[in-house]
Design a protein around this ligand. Structure first.
Ligand SMILES: [Zn+2]
Length: 393
């Protein structure tokens, strides 16, 4: 949701330009500030930013994407196992054509991943199906000190110079194993019936694996252990965030029609959050649509997603819980900015608001990137935002 001033909006940000009466109302009744959700030395990925919002110390718990996605698909990692995100990609000749094999369907991908498991799986190597092009590779006794290239960063580059490199002498065996698996997958996949059919239909074949983001099972305490509440849940269409929820002790609540895109079921997610709040102390409701609009560089769409968040989610939740005897605290913040101009994430601090009945408001009456700079809390880091939200200061 967070962005930069945009010429087409009269040098306002999408959040300033959008009509957001409920976010503004909550800001004026509550307290505001900014949060540094991407700690120094970390890339502004969704997994980093969401772990930080929940108060986790990234230097202690960060183990890459693979382990989080493993949790979201129900793969339990043993202490001696290394997990990696394993993309199904498209290579053409010596070139990495794209990172997603033309956004292959989960159904087709599942058949290919099962085929690879049958041919390349062993007591050391396991493949698990995830979603679309995003799958999981588990290596027993793998060494995570390997340098891997995220494939979405290198479309149309020759792939051989980008193969896995060991960062230490101890990791050389793991790097060799991974590169062997990549090259074997290319041999196995090139003539697979699914790929022959995709080629005949003019689609990109999924003719290589591309493992990256290695890590071990994260040493995460649950939020219950850290903050002393009983029950929490997470509502998100994004597998990384549901995976964080697993390690954080948050129950995943699926919502029909939650897509992670602009067509998501906002009302369904809001109602699921309200339902969960009846029995849970904490609900982490994540709506991805504005991020996707930012990645597409679509300013109009981004404004629309922000207005939908206000009207179709925050309004519904606030109007319901304000009638409850037991007070509910509401916080609003983005995980990270995704400015339309650059179409990718940045590490800038994000605006937040926190409202609970009876809280003494600060002077800020609008919720946006600029207005909250006048808020009570400056720029929060570490676990100070989540402690403020949970009233644990
Ligand atoms: Zn994003």
């Amino acid at each position: 949701m967070a962005d930069e001033p945009i010429e087409a909006l009269g040098y306002k940000t999408p959040l300033q330009f959008a009509n957001t009466p409920y976010m503004d109302k909550l800001a004026s009744m509550g307290v505001t500030g900014r949060m540094k959700t991407v700690p120094d030395g970390f890339h502004p990925g969704s997994e980093v930013a969401n772990l930080a919002v929940l108060g986790y110390d990234l230097s202690q718990v960060y183990e890459g994407r693979g382990v989080l996605e493993a949790a979201s698909i129900g793969v339990d990692l043993a202490p001696d196992e290394m997990a990696m995100r394993c993309n199904l990609i498209c290579v053409k000749g010596s070139i990495l054509k794209n990172h997603s094999a033309g956004h292959i369907s989960t159904e087709e991908a599942d058949e290919l991943i099962r085929f690879l498991e049958e041919k390349l799986g062993s007591d050391r190597v396991r493949f698990h199906t995830g979603v679309s092009y995003r799958h999981l590779l588990v290596i027993r006794n793998g060494n995570k000190d390997v340098d891997c290239t995220p494939p979405h960063d290198v479309p149309l580059h020759p792939f051989r110079p980008l193969l896995v490199k060991a960062k230490t002498a101890e990791a050389e065996e793991t790097a060799d194993l991974l590169n062997t698996l990549i090259l074997q997958s290319q041999e196995l996949l090139k003539d697979h019936p699914i790929n022959r059919r995709r080629l005949a239909e003019g689609k990109d074949p999924a003719n290589s694996i591309w493992p990256w983001s290695p890590g071990y099972r994260p040493a995460m305490q649950t939020m219950q252990e850290l903050y002393g509440f009983e029950r929490g849940s997470v509502i998100s269409a994004v597998d990384l965030i549901r995976g964080i929820g697993v390690y954080a002790g948050l129950q995943n609540i699926p919502v029909e029609g939650a897509t992670g895109l602009y067509d998501t079921n906002y009302e369904g997610k809001a109602r699921a959050a309200i339902e969960a709040l009846k029995t849970n102390n904490f609900v982490y409701l994540h709506i991805e649509a504005s991020d996707e609009a930012g990645h597409e560089g679509d300013v109009k769409l981004k404004v629309k997603t922000i207005e939908a968040l206000d009207h179709r989610a925050i309004r519904i939740i606030y109007e319901e819980v304000k009638q409850w005897d037991e007070p509910v605290t509401i916080a609003v913040l983005p995980d990270h900015p995704t400015p339309c101009a650059i179409r990718t994430h940045t590490n800038q601090p994000v605006p937040f608001l926190i409202y609970r009945p009876g809280i003494i408001p600060d002077a800020v009456s609008h919720y946006d990137e600029d207005a909250v700079k006048e808020g009570k809390y400056g720029v929060l880091e570490g676990d100070s935002f989540i402690r403020l939200l949970l009233d644990k200061n």
